[in-house]
Design a protein around this ligand. Structure first.
Ligand SMILES: [Zn+2]
Length: 329
């Protein structure tokens, strides 16, 4: 880890919650540390039905801005732990990759939150996914409460909407509506409803526990300790207020909502996209135009404009090389 990084950021990146755990325990909370990089803080009163909020960061090891943002939030709470008004779980995803400044060690952790991992079952990330899934199940079990999960990322490439979210379509409509309100309040400009579970952490928590979950992209990848947190500041403020009140404020702005029109799955090494890797997320492609070719398979835009998200032709064959979305009207 680099020198010059603030202690709270370094400790969070290393998954060391011992100081924060002591602070909450001394304030009367029930605190669990089920594994390195995972902290659970719940009210010791069984009478209180508080919202349950899971915040995860570092599922991709090179996406460090959310780690810095969360470190700041936790450092403030640590000094005034009584203010916490939600049951809170914090998870640092891929600590081994964070140390190396890489997206992952063996394979993408954010495709592993499912039972069937195919030929990735022996990847280092599979073990970590098991640990995270067990802790998440434990946290979201028990009496009914509103469950929330924000999995915080940064995108590899620039985006027409610098902050956006992927929302599993499986979330119940009323909860989805509340989630879009929270995201809008947090400055998220676009939300993609994803009908295809992709083994992501947020898809898992939504499908398995009914959580209002989202994968949130907060600007671009940067080096730990030197991120520009301007883009994440509105999210930080919103999370801070939610953690202190347990309530959502009335929302003003809502994200533009998109849904997935088609998924580009790389079938072979012959996969070629018709646009550059540096294409911005949410770049519009006109109806009928060719998106990609993969041997005999040709991916084309349908009858209305589609927007490309997460174009990544370098993934392994069998994995998603991009999403095409259309705006909901
Ligand atoms: Zn990511």
């Amino acid at each position: 880890m680099e020198n010059g990084i603030h202690d709270s950021v370094r400790l969070l990146a290393e998954g060391d919650f011992t100081h924060i755990a002591d602070s909450f325990a001394n304030a009367g909370f029930k605190v669990r540390l089920p594994a390195r990089g995972i902290l659970q803080v719940v009210s010791s009163s069984h009478m209180l039905r508080r919202p349950r909020l899971l915040i995860s960061v570092g599922v991709h090891g090179d996406e460090t801005a959310p780690i810095e943002m969360l470190a700041q939030l936790l450092a403030v709470l640590e000094r005034g732990p009584h203010a916490l008004a939600v049951d809170l779980m914090v998870a640092v995803g891929n600590m081994a990759a964070i140390v190396e400044g890489k997206r992952f060690i063996d394979a993408d952790l954010n495709r592993m939150f499912r039972a069937d991992r195919g030929d990735l079952a022996s990847a280092a990330e599979a073990t970590r996914a098991d640990v995270l899934m067990r802790a998440t199940a434990q946290f979201f079990a028990g009496p009914d409460a509103d469950k929330w999960h924000l999995d915080l990322h940064t995108a590899i490439r620039p985006s027409v909407y610098p902050t956006f979210a992927v929302v599993p379509a499986v979330i119940a409509v009323t909860r989805r509506d509340a989630l879009l309100g929270l995201l809008g309040r947090a400055g998220i400009e676009a939300a993609i409803l994803n009908t295809k579970p992709a083994g992501t952490y947020s898809a898992y928590s939504a499908a398995s526990f009914g959580a209002a979950s989202a994968t949130v992209e907060l600007g671009q990848v940067g080096v730990l300790g030197s991120n520009d947190l301007g883009v994440a500041a509105v999210m930080a403020g919103t999370l801070d207020r939610f953690m202190r009140t347990g309530r959502l404020e009335a929302d003003e702005a809502r994200p533009r909502v998109f849904r997935v029109a088609q998924e580009l799955v790389k079938q072979s090494d012959a996969f070629r996209m018709t646009f550059g890797k540096d294409t911005q997320n949410f770049t519009a492609l006109p109806p009928g135009s060719v998106i990609a070719e993969d041997g005999d398979t040709v991916y084309r835009v349908g009858g209305e404009s589609e927007y490309v998200v997460f174009p990544n032709p370098d993934v392994r064959p069998g994995l998603r090389a991009g999403l095409m979305v259309v705006e909901e009207r």
